[in-house]
Design a protein around this ligand. Structure first.
Ligand code: HEM
Length: 480
């Protein structure tokens, strides 16, 4: 009898196993055939997040990517990051695939913490808000608007260098670069120019930015909790400015084109609806975040490389002094001056290649699909990595060598140089960033030579690259 029950039990287990296999097979394959990309998923829950983040903390985020590209596959490997099943897409073909399948096979994805720090005022998801924002942004960054910004950027840069760099023998570059880009953003986004008013935003804003990509534990004292409180504070301050601007616009005291805020208040969507005040506050907050640490990281690394490479410094100095000498006393930089800064921009691009402010970004698979013979299930997170091409000798020979001539002529091959991403989600602030970086370079080399205080200062990538001690430098002003 016992043997009979044992036999029944075995049959039952066999039946359940077959059923489970069938259910899983059906669900996973969903009419597609193929294997998942090679790779490992690491520890339960944590996956490979620690390895992913810690190579950045040690200053070599590309190591995570290149180790796995050589172990598993040079195009796509599976992993498990930030609590999600993920595949990393490497190389120009993969970049092209992800960038050109936006909203067809993939869509943008942010870690949970971002949604919680930005609860949308209209109860839609940050995804829907980003789509709305994406439609409006070209208005704020169109060439006519950008051309108007050059003079304003020049004016703010002069004030910034006069107050924070001149008459100092030693400074720390990263905090000052942040002060510069934030001041510019406050002026160009909401017309706040008074340094005391800018300072009201700056402190909570820095807390907010550092807690945005953090473990989403909302307990007193955690970076995430501080970020939520800070975002409420900045939003409150922005709302005051928005309400006042509405009054000023109605009374003709403010101009419809003076900044991004005026544009947002006066631009309606396709059905003639204007944006809610809280939505505008969130959008401006998003722009401040998108543009802040990225551009200041780039400016900081420009200072670092120019300190290390005197012949590159000389090239930039020569170009910028020709422009400076062509200006009358007190005359501000103009759009056509920026167009002459070709060598300086090649140098900036080489900096963006070697120290890309964003290491990459995530997408989410909207449906199951096949890529390069591998099956990518719906819901998986897909990561494109700037370093997979920027630091790859196949696309940039001697990738560690600083060589701005890579950007001469037709420049790098398509989809290999991607510091701003690509396709429909390419950074909308790219041209704005180019202007603020070039204006920064102009004022920097016109005034100073400098040397690093810490010759081999460590670089930390968390999530942007920054010199661990903020890049202290000794300044040597040019003789008048
Ligand atoms: C050197 C400076 C900058 C770099 C390297 C950079 C890079 C990037 C990258 C790689 C993305 C993500 C693209 C993707 O998801 O595939 C992005 C998105 C974005 N950037 Fe920038 N960015 C910079 C400056 C700026 C500035 C100055 C602004 C605003 C004025 C800005 C606003 C944004 C916004 C709003 C998004 C999100 C767009 C969306 O989700 O569709 N960025 N940026």
């Amino acid at each position: 009898m016992e043997v009979f029950y044992l036999y029944l039990l075995c049959l039952f287990i066999l039946f359940v196993s077959f059923a489970l296999h069938f259910i899983f097979y059906k669900r996973n394959s969903s009419s597609l055939t193929g294997t998942l990309p090679p790779g490992r998923t690491g520890w339960p829950f944590i996956g490979e997040s620690f390895e992913f983040l810690s190579t950045g903390w040690k200053g070599h985020p590309e190591k995570f990517i290149f180790d796995r590209m050589s172990m598993y596959s040079s195009s796509v490997f599976k992993t498990h990051l930030l609590g999600e099943k993920a595949a990393v897409f490497c190389g120009p073909t993969c970049n092209k695939f992800l960038f050109s399948n936006e909203n067809k096979l993939v869509q943008a994805w942010w870690p949970d913490s971002v949604n919680k720090v930005f609860p949308s005022s209209t109860q839609t998801s940050s995804k829907e808000e980003a789509i709305k924002m994406r439609k409006m942004l070209p208005n704020f960054f169109k060439p006519e608007a950008l051309q108007r910004y050059v003079g304003i950027m020049d004016h703010i840069a002069q004030c910034h260098f006069a107050s924070s760099w001149e008459n100092k023998s030693q400074i720390e570059v990263f905090p000052l670069a942040k002060r510069y880009t934030f001041w510019l953003a406050c002026r160009l986004f909401v017309s706040v120019e008074d340094p005391n008013h800018v300072a009201i935003f700056a402190d909570p804003f820095n807390v907010l930015a550092s807690g945005l990509i953090s473990i989403p534990i909302n307990l007193p004292g955690t970076p995430f909790n501080r970020a939520i409180k800070a975002s409420n504070l900045v939003r409150k301050e922005l709302l005051l400015i928005i309400k006042q601007r509405k009054i000023d616009l109605a009374q003709g005291k403010a101009s419809p084109t003076q900044d991004i805020l005026s544009h947002m208040l006066l631009t309606s969507d396709e059905i003639g609806k204007y944006m809610h005040e809280l939505d505008i506050a969130d959008k401006i907050l998003g722009l401040l975040i998108g543009g802040h640490d990225t551009a200041s990281s780039a400016c900081t690394f420009i200072v670092k490389y120019l300190a290390e490479l005197p012949e590159i410094y000389e090239g930039v100095y020569k170009e910028q002094m020709e422009i400076a000498k062509s200006k009358a006393a007190g005359e501000l930089l103009r759009w056509d001056d920026i167009q002459k800064m070709k060598y300086s921009w090649n140098v900036a691009c080489e900096v963006l290649r070697l120290a890309s402010p964003l290491q990459g970004a995530f997408r989410e698979a909207i449906n199951d699909f096949m890529f390069n013979g591998f099956y990518i299930p719906k819901g998986w997170k897909l990561y494109w990595s700037a370093n997979s091409t920027h630091k790859n000798p196949e696309f940039f020979p001697e990738p560690e060598k600083f060589d701005p001539s890579r950007f001469e002529g037709s420049g790098p091959a398509p989809y290999t140089f991607v510091p701003f991403g690509g396709g429909p989600r390419m950074c909308p602030g790219k041209e704005y960033a180019r202007l603020e970086i070039l204006v920064f370079m102009h004022h920097l080399v016109k005034r100073f030579k400098w040397e690093k205080v810490i010759p081999n200062e460590k670089i930390v990538v968390d999530p942007m690259p920054i010199p661990a001690k903020g890049l202290p430098v000794r300044l040597y002003p040019h003789k008048a």
